[in-house]
Design a binder for this molecule. Structure first.
Ligand code: FES
Length: 145
């Protein structure tokens, strides 16, 4: 049911932990399943994401998607990180079962929430970044059943 990559990132998640004094931190949850994901970004003065850490209290797919999402945004610019959508994360993991698609949305939203916090702290606007929601159920819409 799960790809080898999902199992690998679930069993050996990359970038687990916290960053002290992060440039941006974002927490999102899904009230329906009760899962919560928090992402910490360390962004340098050129807007490059030097380090990323995450903490996920959630299902295996949420852990695998957060792990893959951190790998995908590390070393990228803030604008490039915005292109790391839940679909990009799922593709990098060789897919997820349909009932687990919402778990990858949690990862996308956690990236956005951390970037939003960074932008707020810096007093800047990031083109294309929408204010994050606390509960991704509000944004799931027709992505899932
Ligand atoms: Fe909710 Fe996976 S079951 S994030």
């Amino acid at each position: 049911m799960y790809s080898e990559k999902v199992m690998d990132h679930f069993n050996n998640p990359r970038n687990v932990g916290e960053i002290e004094n992060p440039s941006g931190v974002g927490t999102v949850g899904n009230a329906k399943c009760g899962d919560i994901m928090r992402m910490y970004f360390d962004i340098d003065e050129n807007g490059i994401i030097q380090d990323v850490k995450f903490k996920t209290f959630g299902c295996g797919a949420a852990i695998a998607t957060s792990s893959m999402a951190t790998e995908l945004v590390k070393g990228k610019t803030v604008n490039e990180a915005l292109e790391v959508t839940n679909k990009a994360v799922m593709e990098a993991l060789d897919g997820l079962p349909p009932v687990k698609v919402h778990c990858s949305l949690l990862a996308e939203e956690a990236i956005h929430a951390a970037l939003w916090d960074y932008a707020q702290k810096k007093g800047i606007t990031i083109d294309g970044l929408k204010e994050p929601v606390d509960d991704i159920e509000e944004r799931i819409g027709d992505e899932e059943e």
